[in-house]
Design a protein. Structure first.
Ligand code: GUN
Ligand code: FE
Length: 420
């Protein structure tokens, strides 16, 4: 459907340049953005008009890292660190997804929340169960969302029910990958080794070969927690570091998303830049399970690609507006407590990371420039009345900080309505 969306537009032109256009027009033709206009050009005057009135209109959020099967227990079990949290919270819950009825109920809740959220595109983990993962993909596709879903690969240091056996791990991944690739148009499969401690070298080698055979994308976790990093050092004595433990299997490419990167060594930052890896910064999760603060400014200065993730259920919410303000807030603590050479992120910068930064993983996604995918949300902030005049930029900042008091009323992905 070709149409025109009218409202108070906000979108990024550059990391520190937030553009606003009160009562502006953004035009969608063939699922793509044809630009933003103060007055509607005559050539588009015949298109249907969706008038968002006083509401804010902005690009959709790109959530680069979350765990669909952990959504059900979000907001609980936050008093543990990563490894204990995996063993006592994540793994017992994920074991339940062997039961397709349980998976269907849980994933209905997840997909319904995703549909109503500010997120238009995502990279998410499922569990190692192929049938439940296909079911999740089916539901996300039916909801009109766009993104990647990974059947998790893992074969050690977990309960028996979550350890894939022998050569079957890689074979099952390939069978799932091929079926998913053929079956879905907007939800695509992504190779997903859980993290280094969960995968033997033999499994990683096979998954690396799969990546190359199919030109496939990959997602995993990198340098999240100090105990985890020490464990990886012990498990991989021949690796130059945690990033190299993936790189030696060819797993670091421009189609790779690595979550966290809280404690990168300087040579690892250089490797991530050189390989074009996308880092998913997940500030809420890093606070909740006490991992630390990722050095986002250092990554950005070095030229590493960075987007934001909620990492539900390490993060407690799929609300990406919250991820934007968490990113700003933890960067202030990083500057204050850790390194005063690393300037805090501004709100426009964090908004850029959530839209354009992470959007780059999906192609031309994340802003309203001509030729970008028409991914847009309409944000009703009328629940935040104010006696004083406010600019659109101020209203955007407040919508991020007070997201719970705002409502997403419309959402479009590739120009298709997902929420209306
Ligand atoms: N590392 C390995 N698995 C996980 C997970 O499920 N969540 C987080 N935050 N880190 C991980
Ligand atoms: Fe995670």
């Amino acid at each position: 459907m070709d149409f025109v969306l009218k409202g108070n537009l906000c979108y990024s032109e550059a990391p520190e340049r937030l553009a606003t256009l009160p009562d502006g027009y953004v035009v969608c033709v063939g699922g793509e953005c044809r630009g933003t206009f103060e007055t509607l050009p005559a050539q588009y005057a015949g298109l249907p008009l969706v008038d968002a009135g006083e509401a804010l209109v902005m690009p959709g959020m790109n959530d680069l890292h979350l765990h669909a099967p952990q959504f059900a227990y979000r907001g609980t079990g936050m008093d543990l660190e990563l490894i204990d949290w995996l063993n006592t919270r994540a793994y017992p819950e994920e074991s339940k997804y062997a039961d397709l009825d349980y998976a269907a109920r849980a994933y209905d809740h997840f997909v319904d929340a995703m549909r109503r959220s500010a997120t238009t595109r995502f990279c998410c983990f499922a569990t190692l169960h192929a049938p439940a993962t296909l079911l999740l993909m089916e539901k996300l596709e039916a909801a009109g969302l766009c993104g990647y879903v990974g059947k998790v690969s893992m074969n050690r240091y977990a309960p028996e029910t979550l350890c894939e056996l022998g050569d079957r791990a890689a074979r099952d991944c390939e069978v799932w990958f091929v079926e998913a690739e053929a079956r879905f148009a907007h939800v695509k499969p992504i190779i997903t080794p859980r993290f280094i401690p969960s995968c033997t070298d033999a499994l990683l080698r096979s998954l690396g070969e799969l990546m190359r055979r199919y030109g496939a994308p990959l997602q995993s976790h990198l340098s999240e927690n100090r105990t985890e990093i020490r464990w990886v050092e012990q498990l991989c004595p021949d690796s130059a570091g945690y990033a190299d433990a993936y790189d030696r299997f060819g797993m670091l490419t421009p189609r790779t998303v690595m979550a966290h990167v809280v404690y990168p060594e300087p040579d690892e930052i250089e490797l991530l830049r050189e390989r074009g890896v996308m880092v998913a910064h997940c500030p809420a999760s890093n606070m909740n399970i006490r991992s630390g603060i990722a050095p986002v400014r250092r990554l950005l200065k070095a030229g590493v690609r960075v987007g934001l993730g909620t990492d539900v259920a390490g993060g407690q919410t799929i609300d990406m507006f919250r991820a934007v303000t968490d990113a700003v807030q933890v960067s202030k603590l990083y500057w204050r407590l850790i390194d005063q050479r690393q300037r805090a992120l501004t709100l426009p910068e964090a908004f850029y990371l959530a839209t354009v930064g992470g959007g780059a993983y999906f192609g031309k996604v994340g802003t309203f420039a001509e030729g970008y995918a028409f991914d847009a949300i309409v944000v009703d902030d009328s629940g935040l009345p104010h006696p004083q005049p406010m600019t659109v930029a101020e209203r955007l900042e407040r919508a991020m900080y007070l997201s719970g008091e705002c409502r997403i009323t419309h959402k479009y992905v590739n120009g298709e309505p997902v929420l209306a």
